[in-house]
Design a protein around this ligand. Structure first.
Ligand SMILES: Cc1cc2nc3c(=O)[nH]c(=O)nc-3n(C[C@H](O)[C@H](O)[C@H](O)COP(=O)(O)OP(=O)(O)OC[C@H]3O[C@@H](n4cnc5c(N)ncnc54)[C@H](O)[C@@H]3O)c2cc1C
Ligand code: SF4
Length: 476
């Protein structure tokens, strides 16, 4: 332990964050790095508990107490070595991970948890600054060839693990850029795309080949792939959107959230806003759905100059507990969550809350096939035979004018069109065994395609695990 009783002396301090007024002016990341002194002080709050619940809650099992200890002592290279032993891309997780580790932190019972995520980011960025993060070349080359389909965090982690073992690795990606949702899904203000490009360069230097603009099942046949390669890993993500029960087919102005987020990410990347299909400037926006994707639609629409934004959510609003004691530890108590986008909306629109809970859309109102409004209704929740169900409250319906609607209702599985012979469920999730193997002999699956829409850190963990199974398979 860096300092006995450090948590008694120091309160939790997080990365400074720009004000909402400043943030919405640009797409820049708004969490500058922790400076060295604060990182050291914050790391002294870690008590090195006998059972590190933080590590247990981290999907890649980061060895958190140990890296905190090295940060306290100013031994940053040692901290980096420990961090890299479990996490392929701490520069991604240090930015976008919701930090389930901090929920498990023992301090979280009665105090504020150690700021683990910020310390992780401090360590990895220190490593880049000092030139400690360099390509790690395999000691021995192997003959086997592996194709990884999809370059999101699961595909990238799998590629890094296998190329460092000496295998020849080809990552095939349908988009023009590698990185999956890190690049074309998550907005720039959460992760700058240069951060992903920096890692792709390192992977290339380690020997990973990236074949971009190539969709398996369209540009290359899936069958040819699993005949040509010794092993194939499907890391396609889970990007099939869940649909609303009210049909929006043929209506202009109703879009899936990802159409919007991909467009803005792509435009920001190419510095070109001339080919926009979706325009929100001066428009009244309705976001349907309450998760992170919905929040990203809000933050992005504010930056693009929307006139107003309303978000409807079917669920009830969670009331915050007032006890100051986490009776649910090591799990968190469910709290009313205010994302940075909601904070920004409050300031930007001078409106306390843009969210309407227990609210659903019952009808789209159109004029000349274009959306001009919606009918919204309130629902009441009740428990029927142990299951929570919602019912529309009679007479609660009202009409609201809207110009653009974003559907952010979550995701089903991956798009498996053209993947002949692969067994999958109706939701698009590929069937697999305990070794991450599909029904085809040399074809594996990992990431959101295997487990459904998840987190970047879970995808990294998936990539690491599937790489191990592929190696075992090739060495049999
Ligand atoms: C809007 C949004 C915001 C999010 N924000 C966060 C966040 O803040 N923090 C967090 O931890 N998680 C976040 N997530 C979740 C996280 O991004 C995903 O869980 C993670 O990226 C999944 O990684 P993956 O490798 O499984 O798939 P993906 O990142 O989806 O990558 C799959 C890749 O496969 C490619 N592909 C698919 N089919 C083919 C084919 N036939 N041929 C070639 N290539 C193909 C795709 O183009 C894509 O590049 C967010 C998700 C969304 C949608
Ligand atoms: S990857 Fe996420 S869960 Fe793991 S230590 Fe970092 S912030 Fe915590």
């Amino acid at each position: 332990m860096g300092k006995i009783g450090g948590f008694l002396e120091k309160n939790r301090e997080e990365n400074m964050c720009d004000s909402p007024e400043e943030r919405v002016k640009t797409y820049c990341e708004f969490n500058p790095l922790m400076d060295e002194l604060i990182a050291q002080e914050q790391a002294t709050r870690c008590m090195e508990c006998g059972i590190p619940f933080c590590q247990f809650f981290c999907p890649v099992s980061n060895v958190i107490p140990e890296f905190n200890d090295f940060v306290c002592l100013g031994k940053y290279k040692e901290a980096l070595d420990i961090l890299e032993s479990t996490n392929n891309f701490p520069e991604f997780t240090g930015r976008v991970c919701p930090a389930p580790c901090e929920e498990g932190c023992v301090l979280n019972i009665r105090n504020m948890p150690v700021t683990i995520k910020n310390i992780e980011l401090f360590i990895v960025e220190k490593g880049f600054k000092e030139g400690w993060i360099v390509p790690k070349l395999a000691k021995k080359k192997r003959n086997e060839k592996i194709a990884i389909v999809g370059s999101g965090p699961s595909g990238l982690a799998c590629a890094q693990e296998l190329v460092r073992k000496g295998y020849s690795v080809n990552v095939i990606e349908q988009d023009e850029v590698a990185g999956g949702l890190l690049v074309l899904g998550i907005p720039d203000y959460k992760i700058n795309k240069g951060i992903v490009a920096r890692r792709i360069k390192l992977l290339e230097a380690e020997g990973v080949k990236f074949t971009l603009n190539t969709k398996v099942g369209r540009d290359i046949s899936f069958e040819a792939l699993h005949v040509e390669y010794d092993a194939v890993v499907l890391c396609l993500g889970a990007q099939l959107p869940r649909e609303l029960s009210v049909s929006s087919s043929g209506i202009k102005g109703v879009y899936h959230a990802m159409e919007w987020l991909t467009q803005t990410n792509r435009n920001n990347r190419e510095h070109n806003h001339n080919n926009e299909k979706i325009i929100v400037r001066d428009k009244n926006i309705l976001v349907i759905g309450g998760g992170d994707t919905g929040a990203d639609c809000i933050g992005t629409s504010i930056r693009e100059g929307a006139r107003s934004i309303t978000q409807i959510i079917r669920k009830c609003k969670i009331e915050n507990p007032q006890t100051g004691f986490n009776s649910n530890w090591p799990y968190s108590v469910k709290e009313f969550d205010i994302s940075t986008s909601h904070e920004e909306a409050t300031v930007y629109f001078s409106k306390e809350n843009i969210r309407e809970f227990t609210s659903v859309c019952t009808e789209f109102i159109t004029k000349d096939s274009k959306i001009v409004g919606v009918k919204l209704a309130l629902v009441a929740w009740e428990e029927i035979r142990g299951k929570r169900v919602s019912k529309i409250i009679n007479g609660s319906e009202r009409s609201v004018d809207v110009d653009v609607i974003f559907l952010a209702l979550g995701f089903l599985g991956g798009n498996l069109q053209g993947f002949e012979g692969i067994s999958h469920g109706d939701d698009g999730c590929v069937k697999y065994d305990e070794n991450y193997r599909t029904n085809l002999r040399n074809v594996f699956v990992a990431g959101d395609t295997r487990i459904g829409q998840s987190l970047v850190v879970t995808a990294i963990s998936e990539g690491r695990k599937v790489a191990k199974r592929v190696e075992e398979f090739l060495n049999k």
